[in-house]
Structure formats: structure tokens, C-alpha cells
Design a protein around this ligand. Structure first.
Ligand code: XMP
Length: 510
């Protein structure tokens, strides 16, 4: 038995990677594999335990994903979640049936005696999302939890270490879900809490070495945390076979381009190319005021610059991208209305000829990527970088983008960020930056009339960046920021603080 491995069999549910994340959070190694990998492969892996995920099907549907019943005879502990629980029950002779009413949302649940529920309050809540439900358990099984509308909300067969839960322990809405999963991992599968993010790095580096061999790899580096962590991982695997291309579009914050260049060229044995394309981007953006046009121009120009550099290097087999798991979920959402066309380094042209795209972080969540970055020795400043849009400061310069406006914005933004950091607010505010409006107003400085720009400050609290609240920055901090900007930044005579939440506003101004 491989005491380190929990195998997550994927039956197509929406929370599959979240289950994997919970297992990793419990310091246990896991792999997500399709339900169809077959018994021989499972025997070969010999996992310490298996989790069946949920899935959209009914066990009675023609397309229902199934597994070989022999799996239950291998003496491997199994936890079935939602569809996974129904499937276990169905295959072992129990009965699953369409519920009278679809159960969705928070439900009060009573837990009975079970290893899964040890040391957990017996009256609690759980997150339900199912249409079918278990109405008869297989022989030797007993119900271990119930809700008002779901008499078999959990079950188990102690002798065989087989367990099922109708609800979703992996989501935050099930308050003791993490503890239940830990009980399964530690008490049922007897896993130790030994796995660390550094192990992910080690094994990924080995895997990448094997895959890339002696071929060339290209990485589009934006200096953001995702592309930086991806680049460092691959660099540790293949060193000089990797070329990182950093396109400096002149829309970075104060000193940012230099910081990225210094960090990557000094600390790693890789080929680092900084393309100084500032003038090229500014020229293309001349007289453009429409936010969508700006985004499109920047996205396209980025691709052109990247293509030109890639062609110079020639014969590159692999392209590294910093795609993380939430990117995959969000891009799957499809039909939502276009609010802004997001541009990032992931949006590279399809016709560039690469044998394969490598996405080292595609199964990780943002905070896991940060943890991995720290394990790899990437400085905290880079790892904790707040999100910065692909089009950079272009979406924070309202109206036409000029070098003058960009320079004013860079200085004002640096002051705002510095003061929030000095006040320790950077740890709790999720995103904060300055915007230069397209408005000038009259002021008085010394005895002189001024007619200068207005700078807006934006700071928000958010967890998902889909909705956000403006942050209540203490007045003395705002006071200092305002004083410093008008005194230190030439061309600004007025500061305003944006007190709109999202919706109805968005976080960025364009
Ligand atoms: P909005 O302005 O839509 O922003 O409320 C939500 C989050 O997304 C970031 N953002 C972008 N990120 N490319 C990116 O990679 C983009 O084009 C882009 N536009 C907005 C924004 O900074 C915020 O964190």
C-alpha cells in the first residue's frame, strides 16, 4: 500500500479539485484521476484510500459512469461523496431513487456514531446538492447521519472501511467538512500528515525534467505571481533550456520592470529577455480613449511582440503558462456578458507552433500557488503581489494614455501603496491602487492658481474579485496619502477616494 497516496476518482462533479485541495491542506498527497482508469491501474497505485467525487449523473442513467465492483473487495478504504456515495450504494445492492424534491443548499444534519464524525458536534449543518437519494442501504451498511428530507445523509460499513456522504464536506458551507475529511484520511486510511508544498515542487521538477528532456521551453513572464512561480519551477528543472520573455509595455508600476528583470536575471540560470516595447505601445495607444479599444490594442500588440521574439529563438517545443485552477473554472463559464475583455499572458496566439503547453499550476488555487512560491524561495514581495491587470496602468489612466499621465500615476500610486504598507493595511486590503482621471480642476498652491489632474484612490476588500467592498481606510492614513501626493507629485492638485462597491462599479476604472 502506498501510504502517501489518496486517489480521487473523478466522476465529473464540480468540486473535484476542491476535494484535492482539502486533502493537500491536510498534508496528505493526492492525485485526481478519471473514474475510468481501471482496476489494474488502481491496484498498481495501491493507494491508502480512495475518494469518489460527486457528478452530474444519476446511477440509473445510460451514461452513468461506473467502476468495477471488485474495487470494493481490495481492502482499500473508500469515501463516496454525493454521486460517489450513491454509486457505491447502488453497486453493492442498495437502492437509489429520485427524491421528491431536489435538495440544494444548507441543511441541518444529525450525525450518529461513525469514525468520520469523531470529535464533531452531532447537530450541525451541511451543504446539499442532489436530485437522487439513497433509500435502501446495502447489507452490512448503516446510516450514520440524517437530515429532515434525507434519511440517509451518510452511511458506513465499518468492517470494510467503506463510507459515503450525500452532502459535500469539501465546501466551506459544511462547517465541519474539513474535520470529516481529516477523520477519513487520518483515522480511516491511517495517513500521516507528512506531505508539504515543497514535495509538490520536488516531484513537479522531476516530472518536468523527464517531459522536457533536452528541448527548448518558452515562458511569457508578466512578473505576476502565477507566471513567476511557473517560470521558477521550470527553471529549476531545465535551467538554460528555458527562455523567459518579459514584454515591458511601459504600463508597469513604478520600478516594476527593473525589479522583475533584476530578480529573474540575477537569481536563476535561465535566459531572460526583456523587450522594451514602451514606445511601440504608446504609439499604438495614441488618441485612443475607449477602454475596450485600449484593451484590444494592448492584447494584440503583446501577441505581436511575443511572436517576434519567439521566432527569433526558433524551434521551441514547449510553452509554459501560469494558468491556475480558478482560471480554468472561470473560462468554462461561457455565456456571461462581456464586462471587460481580460487580457493576460495566457492569451497567446493559438497558431504559434508549440508541441505542447505546460501548465505547472493548473490544479492549484491561488493561495496554494503563493505557498509554493514561498517554498521555492521567491521573495515575499513578489509572492504577495496583488493582482495587476494584463493591460497594466492603461486601465487606470482615464482618457488618452500619455507618458506624462503615466508618470504622474506611477508616482501617486507608489505613494499610496507605500503609505498603506507602512500602516500595515496591505495585509487586509485585497487590492489598492491609484487612478489618474481625465479631469483637471482649479486649485491654489502657494499663491498660485493651478489647473491640474485629479487622482482617485481605490482600495477594496474582496475574496473572489467578482464582488468587492470599498475599504474603510482610517482618515489619518488618507490624510497622509493626500498630503504627500499633492506635495510630491507635480501635476496633481486634487485627491478623491472611490467609495463604490462592486457592483455597481468594477474594481478597475476601465
Ligand atoms: P474588475 O475591474 O473587472 O476586476 O472588477 C476584477 C479583477 O480582475 C483584474 N483585472 C484583470 N486581470 N487582465 C487581468 O489579468 C485584465 O485584463 C484585467 N482587468 C481587470 C482587476 O485588477 C481585479 O483584480
Amino acid at each position: 500500500m502506498n501510504k502517501e497516496l489518496i486517489l480521487i476518482l473523478d466522476f465529473g462533479g464540480q468540486y473535484n479539485q476542491l476535494i484535492a485541495r482539502r486533502v493537500r491542506e491536510s498534508n496528505v498527497y493526492c492525485e485526481v484521476m478519471p473514474y475510468s482508469i481501471g482496476l489494474d491501474k488502481i491496484k498498481e497505485l495501491s493507494p491508502a484510500g480512495i475518494i469518489f467525487t460527486g457528478g452530474p449523473n444519476s446511477v440509473y442513467s445510460e451514461k452513468a459512469p461506473v467502476i468495477d465492483k471488485e474495487l470494493f473487495e481490495l481492502n482499500i478504504p473508500i469515501l463516496g461523496i454525493c454521486y460517489g456515495a450513491q454509486l457505491m450504494c447502488h453497486l453493492l445492492g442498495g437502492k437509489v431513487q429520485k427524491a421528491e424534491k431536489r435538495e440544494y443548499g444548507l441543511a441541518e444534519i444529525t450525525l450518529f456514531d461513525s469514525k468520520l464524525f469523531e470529535d464533531i458536534d452531532k447537530n450541525t449543518t451541511c451543504w446539499m446538492s442532489h436530485t437522487d437519494q439513497i433509500v435502501k442501504l446495502p447489507e452490512g451498511f448503516e446510516a450514520t447521519a440524517s437530515t429532515k428530507s434525507c434519511p440517509v445523509a451518510a452511511f458506513g460499513c465499518k468492517g470494510k472501511n467503506l463510507y459515503g456522504v450525500q452532502f459535500h464536506p469539501e465546501v466551506n458551507n459544511t462547517p465541519f467538512g474539513k474535520e470529516m475529511l481529516k477523520n477519513f484520511l487520518y483515522k480511516v486510511c491511517r495517513c500521516g500528515a507528512n506531505w508539504r508544498m515543497s514535495d509538490y515542487a520536488k516531484s513537479y521538477i522531476e516530472l518536468a525534467k523527464e517531459k522536457i528532456g533536452d528541448k527548448k521551453v518558452l515562458c511569457a513572464l508578466s512578473g505576476g505571481v502565477d507566471s513567476s512561480v511557473s517560470a521558477v519551477l521550470i527553471s529549476k528543472a531545465v535551467g538554460r533550456q528555458l527562455t523567459c520573455i518579459f514584454v515591458d509595455h511601459g504600463l508597469m508600476r513604478k520600478n516594476e520592470g527593473d525589479e522583475i528583470e533584476t530578480y529573474f536575471s540575477k537569481n536563476f540560470d535561465l535566459n531572460f529577455i526583456r523587450v522594451n516595447a514602451q514606445d511601440r505601445f504608446l504609439n499604438k495607444l495614441k488618441n485612443v480613449t475607449d477602454p475596450e479599444k485600449k484593451r484590444k490594442i494592448i492584447g494584440e500588440e503583446f501577441i505581436r511582440v511575443f511572436e517576434e521574439e519567439a521566432r527569433k529563438i526558433g524551434a521551441v517545443d514547449f510553452l509554459v503558462q501560469g494558468t491556475i485552477y480558478p482560471d480554468i473554472i472561470e473560462s468554462g463559464l461561457g455565456d456571461s456578458a462581456l464586462i471587460k475583455s481580460h487580457h493576460n499572458v495566457g492569451g497567446l496566439p493559438e497558431h504559434l507552433e508549440f508541441k505542447e503547453i505546460i501548465e505547472p499550476l493548473r490544479n492549484l488555487f491561488k493561495d496554494e500557488v503563493r505557498q509554493l512560491g514561498l517554498e521555492l524561495g521567491i521573495p515575499e514581495k513578489l509572492v504577495w503581489r496583488q493582482p495587476f491587470p494584463g493591460p497594466g496602468l492603461a486601465v487606470r489612466v482615464i482618457g488618452e494614455i500619455t507618458k506624462e499621465k503615466l508618470d504622474i500615476l506611477r508616482e501617486a500610486d507608489a505613494i499610496f501603496r507605500e503609505e498603506l504598507e507602512n500602516a500595515g493595511l496591505h495585509k487586509t486590503i485585497n487590492q489598492y491602487f491609484a487612478i489618474i482621471t481625465d479631469m483637471r480642476s482649479v486649485g491654489v498652491m502657494g499663491d498660485e492658481r493651478t489647473y491640474d489632474y485629479t487622482i482617485a484612490l481605490r482600495a477594496v476588500h474582496t475574496t473572489d474579485f467578482m464582488t468587492a467592498d470599498w475599504s474603510e481606510i482610517p482618515y489619518p492614513v488618507l490624510h497622509r496619502v493626500s498630503n504627500r501626493i499633492v506635495n510630491e507629485v507635480y501635476g496633481v492638485n486634487r485627491i478623491v477616494y472611490d467609495i463604490t462597491s462592486k457592483p455597481p462599479a468594477t474594481i478597475e476604472w476601465e
